[in-house]
Design a protein around this ligand. Structure first.
Ligand code: GRF
Length: 198
């Protein structure tokens, strides 16, 4: 069993799909804790599943680095082998990244390196793209710059609005994230080797 932490900020539908995946005893992953930076609605999924969860708010700390230290400590208390940012809408400070990377991954709603940042779906539409998608990648010190682990494409429908496109991306994203974490757990993806080759 690969023990993971899942980090969220919002609705937590990726978290919910991971919780559902772990209900299958053949899925080799245990969610040891869920962490958030704010009152994320998705924490209710952790509560309902009896998964330890916590909020560490940046506003309670003097600096981003101090927040990163406290967030890392809260996660480390759960003895996890992998940290999964699944909708954490905040850039992690360098001290946090250095502590966990390369065992620190993120899911991003675009085909990186296209459309990094917090508005990836909006940016793809604004660029007039006909295709976008989802990327699961290792987090490094840049913003959405780390080594890519898995990607899947989504075609953009003519006239599609951001909310609809994001929801269709998420339908691809949830199983892709679960499959990527499975591949890490089973040794098919070796994070240290991927990071070293980057
Ligand atoms: C996902 O599309 C993720 O890639 C992005 O934010 C969304 C989170 O969705 N960073 P949810 O909270 O898992 O529903």
């Amino acid at each position: 069993m690969l023990k993971i932490a899942v980090l969220i900020s919002g609705s937590g539908s990726n978290l919910k799909s991971l919780i559902d995946a772990t209900n299958d005893p053949a899925y080799p992953v245990q969610i040891a804790c869920v962490g958030a930076d704010t009152d994320a609605a998705g924490l209710a999924y952790a509560e309902a599943a009896g998964i330890p969860n916590f909020i560490v708010r940046p506003a309670d700390f003097a600096s981003r680095a101090d927040w990163g230290t406290a967030f890392a400590e809260a996660i480390r208390a759960h003895d996890v082998e992998l940290v999964v940012s699944a909708g954490l809408m905040r850039i992690l400070p360098a001290n946090f990244v250095n502590e966990f990377s390369p065992a620190l991954i993120n899911t991003h709603p675009a085909l990186l390196p296209l459309y990094p940042g917090a508005h990836a779906v909006r940016d793809a539409l604004a660029a007039g793209a006909t295709e976008t998608g989802v990327t699961v990648h290792i987090i490094d010190e840049g913003v959405d710059t780390g080594p890519v682990l898995r990607q899947a494409a989504v075609q953009i429908a003519p006239g599609e609005i951001e909310a609809d496109l994001h929801e269709r991306i998420k339908q691809i994203e949830r199983p892709l994230l679960a499959a990527t974490i499975r591949a890490i757990a089973e040794g098919e993806i070796r994070l240290a080797e991927v990071a070293a080759a980057h």
